[in-house]
Design a protein around this ligand. Sequence first.
Ligand SMILES: C[S@@+](CC[C@H](N)C(=O)[O-])C[C@H]1O[C@@H](n2cnc3c(N)ncnc32)[C@H](O)[C@@H]1O
Length: 285
Amino acid sequence: MSGAPTIGGWLRAGAAALEGCSDSPGLDAQLLLAKVLGSDRAALAAHPERPVDAAAAAAFRALLDERRAGVPVAYLTGVREFWSLPLAVSRAVLVPRPETEILVEIALERVPPDAPCAVLDLGTGSGAIALAIASERPRSRITATDVSAEALAVARTNAGSLGIDRIRWRRGSWFEAVPGERFDWIVSNPPYVAAADPALLALGAEPREALTPGSSGLEAIERIVEDAPRHLRAAGGLAVEHGADQGAAVATLFAARGFADVRCVRDHAGLPRVTLGLISDIHRG
Ligand SMILES: C[S@@+](CC[C@H](N)C(=O)[O-])C[C@H]1O[C@@H](n2cnc3c(N)ncnc32)[C@H](O)[C@@H]1O
């Protein structure tokens, strides 16, 4: 990439450098240059004629190299927007995905705004789901768990930055983090990619334990569906995100464990992404 003295020139050069290694090379270049300049995309667009000094240009080039090597933009900028909330992300957490907002929508349709409702977010990562629900349902009582202490530290930092102090953070493997407790709704975006899935190759910068639970890809969901009834209150429900090809298998797991009204919600591309169901008293255990 040849030198370019202005913001506009560097944006064009950056986008060209990322062509073929990113789905959004222009946007990535804007976010990375804004990060280097301590600015935002709007300011870059408003002043493309401004010069970029040599130190900033070198820092931009270094970020472009990392992006070309497959590092997500969010790890390079340190921030990702989810449910319109700016969340800090580090390599200890999965970068929150837009499709996970479907799980938030499902929860918000069921968690009443005017009554206390106990919600559990299993495998909270950056805290994305728990924080989004908390931001919309101030009366809810939310517990969020993760097996990773580093992830919980990121989630707690996000809660502090957003001024949300009502979430209980618990460390442990799935329901071991909340022994003997029951909830009205349990939500989770667990790891669900099969260990041999070639898709993992492109996700190498993200924590492996956030992506894959084992060889079938269903191991974490099986554990959660099996144990959830013992942690649900009467008329409580479970909603789980899964892979687009796992809808039928997950619905079968729900039905076999005694969940009723089992349904699968599709994403904007029409692919099944979240399965949910209600528990009846005889199956609560
Ligand atoms: C797919 S990521 C989802 C993160 C976040 N909820 C989101 O939607 O962006 C799965 C999360 O589950 C956590 N996890 C993996 N195994 C776990 C276990 N046995 N118990 C609890 N959490 C686990 C990972 O650390 C990771 O944060």
